[in-house]
Design a protein. Structure first.
Length: 768
């Protein structure tokens, strides 16, 4: 970090906020107000957040609304040591890092480090993962390896999205909103009255529909600049007309049908179908660097292209790109949940079983002009067909001293990708690199977790021991095709199978009724695979090996000051081995390799504070500190003709040292007509890097930034009977901060991608 004035240090800012909160505590000690209990299902049963001995952050429906969390990227500004950024050139794919663990290029063939779950169903791949989800009840973000409680294993963590179930009573919600950049949205959900089925129980249904559109943040206009010299002939080349397609526009439609059949007191079945149709335009590539000194593929490059350079720290509102661009996906997901309660079953105690089945189909397409200029420097397209099917059988039970979960999981997926590219080496010619790849994958797993409270009088039921174990078998069959006239042309196949057993162990102790501590050890496993972006048939067929992690965590959870102050702490050390790192290749195909390069230690701590000094005021603060270092980075060095350890010159991606969030929510007025609520949130991220190799990060310095957002709402306005109206003004990035999220270093030039500019709007919600 680079700070000349210590008063501007983010740690000192946070200290000031904590000091103000402490002063408020002393002044308002006699005031009323208590924090609500947060109930989570991270351990496959309803449990207080404060009684759950893992690092978890949860947001209920009200907090999601007040914080303006509507999709995945919004979560990344509110959870410590979590970094979420849309992928360079995309609006529909995101890079998710938790505690420095990340899959930086979410290609369809690579395993995610962080798992996403919708109502307990694993969402297989990250293409299309920045989507709107119908009426969320809660979001839970788990940090650290997951596997002994979840169908799919992940090494970094998990994001659980839980939707509202049908209530069986007539009711619903209508929302409409307008904002700058031509933004508008409509949303509606309808709960239908339960349908009595005689002796077969009752059927409940809920329907949700939403539509959202927004014009582009940035204009695509014809340039007023002049020609450049052809690198081979020296003849002037005129800029092409712009495609007139603006950048970062949004057009999405989401629908959901949710049916719940309560057969009797023991048996229930739920069926959901989600359909999404999204037609966005890609992110704006801002041409910010040209440097031909690292040009390694042996041909001239037009030096006079530098007249098209744009500032690297100023988010320009318009550029000129010449190619047609589009980005969108269609997805359909169907899930079946069947729950059966056996009641008491001898020594097994209260026993229930749940079946979860899902099928999901995703069609993802995009065409990108990634060079940020009105010349044909680098264009590419992706057409992906992906399907997944999963089946999970989960037994949960409890006795006087035991809580347990046992699960069986089966998952299969299939992907086919077409990825033509107009390469740099032919940027003034018609040649196209044709690339196609895909794979079939299957996973079988058995997992379980047992929580035991020893019957020792001296402990007074304060000690809990948790044991978990998972066995996984995963196999993949993959192909890649580079047909002629590609250079080189080849076809290659790959096939492999991996097995792994990962344990977990937790010791939790209640220091008092409202303060508990825990220590956790867990291991994580991420399967190997085959790199669809590979330019080498042998390297493709050899594939890459699994990655493993050993994670250690100490935590404290507390409620203090008559339940008005919540302080949760967690410290962690993650030891990663056989690291799967995606290394971007700045060459003629601008692709990535996947290497198992060695070992890393990622350690740090997290602080989460909620303080409610009076009933009408809530203050929140969280802080994440991360120290991420390589213990070994083995790479072949052609200069010495051998494999050498380059740990001291390689960088850890998407691992800012410091992240924090400060928030305040105040009920300004409250009466029979409703209440006025004001909320402000400030989020800070330290500087970080997007690539492993220093020469690629040089033109793409990702500096620290802070964002301010706010919301002012008039809530709970009585319209008629039980019908209520909420009206709100909201704003994000209120100071209109220009901040670079990431970029692409193509070698002779680089483009930058910036975070969203200031957005604001008004919305009205009618609940009945």
């Amino acid at each position: 970090m680079r700070y000349s004035d210590p008063r501007k240090s983010p740690i000192n800012r946070l200290s000031a906020a904590v000091l103000l909160a402490s002063l408020s505590a002393g002044t308002l000690a006699q005031s009323s107000g208590a924090l609500e209990e947060i109930v989570v299902t991270a351990q496959k049963r309803e449990q207080s957040l404060q009684d759950t001995p893992i690092a978890i952050t949860a947001f209920g429906a009200s907090e999601l609304e007040q914080r303006g969390i509507k999709d995945l990227t919004d979560i990344g500004t509110t959870v410590p040591n979590v970094k979420i950024a849309t992928l360079p050139s995309n609006t529909l794919k995101a890079t998710i890092a938790i505690r420095g663990s990340v899959t930086s290029n979410p290609s369809i063939t690579w395993e995610p480090t962080v798992g996403m779950y919708l109502d307990g169903v694993f969402v297989g791949k990250f293409s299309g993962n920045v989507f709107k989800v119908a009426e969320l009840e809660r979001i839970e973000v788990l940090r650290g390896p997951q596997g002994t409680l979840y169908g799919k294993n992940t090494t970094g963590g998990a994001v659980n999205m839980i939707t509202h179930r049908p209530s069986g009573e007539l009711g619903g919600k209508l929302r409409a909103g307008l904002g700058n950049f031509g933004f508008w949205e409509t949303y509606g959900s309808l709960d239908l009255p339960a349908l009595e089925l005689g002796g077969a129980g009752e059927l409940m249904a809920k329907v949700t529909l939403s539509k959202e559109e927004r014009d582009g943040f940035y204009d695509n206009k014809d340039t007023q600049l002049g020609s450049i010299s052809h690198p081979f002939t020296g003849q002037p080349v005129q800029p092409n007309p712009s495609s007139k397609i603006d950048f970062n526009a949004v057009d999405s439609e989401v629908g959901r049908l949710d049916l719940l059949w309560d057969v009797n007191e023991r048996l229930a079945a739920r069926y959901t179908i989600d359909k999404a149709k999204v037609r966005n335009t890609p992110s704006k590539p801002q041409f910010t660097d040209i440097n031909t000194s690292n040009l390694a593929f042996g041909f001239p490059f037009p030096q006079d292209l530098d007249q098209y350079l744009l500032p690297e720290d100023k988010n320009k509102r318009s550029i000129s790109n010449d190619a047609d661009m589009y980005e969108g996906f269609d997805s359909t997901s169907q899930s079946l949940f069947v729950d059966y309660d056996f009641g008491k079953v001898g020594a097994m105690g209260d026993l229930s079983v749940k079946y979860t089945g899902n099928t999901r189909k995703l069609d993802f397409e995009q065409a990108l002009d990634n060079d940020g200029t009105p010349f044909s420097l680098y264009h590419t397209a992706i057409d992906t067909d992906y399907t997944q099917d999963s089946h999970e059988l989960q037994f949960t039970g409890s006795t006087e001293r035991l809580e347990y979960v046992l699960g069986l999981f089966y998952f299969e997926e299939e992907a086919d990708v077409k990825n033509p590219q107009l390469p740099l080496v032919d940027f003034f010619g018609p040649s196209v690199l044709n690339n196609a790849y895909g794979y079939d994958g299957k996973q079988k797993a058995v997992y379980g977790q047992l929580e035991w409270t020893p019957a020792l009088a001296a402990l007074q039921d304060r000690l809990t021991l948790t044991f978990g174990l998972r066995w996984t078998e995963e196999e993949k069959d993959a192909y890649i095709s580079h047909p002629a006239p590609n250079r080189p042309a080849f076809d290659s196949l790959g096939s492999d199978k991996w097995t792994n057993t990962t344990p977990s162990f937790i010791v939790a102790y209640d220091l008092s009724e409202n303060v508990n501590i825990y220590a956790k050890y867990s291991e994580g496993f991420k399967a190997g695979g085959f790199n669809g972006e590979s330019g080498d048939p042998v390297a493709f067929s050899d594939g890459y090996d699994p990655e493993t992690v050993k994670a250690y965590e100490l935590g404290l959870k507390s409620r203090l000051l008559d339940n008005r102050l919540q302080v949760n702490l967690a410290g962690f050390v993650n030891k990663e081995s056989d690291l799967q790192l995606t290394v971007f290749t700045s060459g003629s195909s601008a692709s990535s390799t996947v290497d198992n390069v060695g070992k890393a230690t990622k350690q740090g701590f997290e602080v989460e504070v909620i303080y409610q000094p009076i009933a009408d005021l809530m203050l929140t603060a969280n802080l994440g500190y991360l120290d991420s270092e390589y213990d070994e980075y083995l790479e072949f060095d052609p200069a010495v003709g051998a494999v050498v350890d380059k740990r001291n010159i390689k960088a850890n991606q998407y691992a800012p040292e410091l992240t924090y969030n400060l928030g305040a929510e105040y009920t300004v007025a409250s009466a029979g007509w409703g209440e006025v609520i004001a909320r402000l949130d400030y989020t800070y991220s330290d500087d970080y890097v997007g690539y492993i190799n220093p020469e690629q990060n040089r033109p793409l310095q990702l500096d620290s930034y802070g964002l301010l957002s706010g919301r002012l709402s008039v809530a709970d306005i009585r319209v008629a009977g039980d019908t209520r109206l909420n009206v709100a003004l909201w704003g994000k990035n209120l100071t209109n901060e220009d901040y670079r999220l990431n970029g692409i270093p193509f070698g002779p030039f680089a483009v930058s991608y910036f975070g969203n500019p200031r957005t604001y709007g008004v919305e009205a919600t009618l609940s009945f």
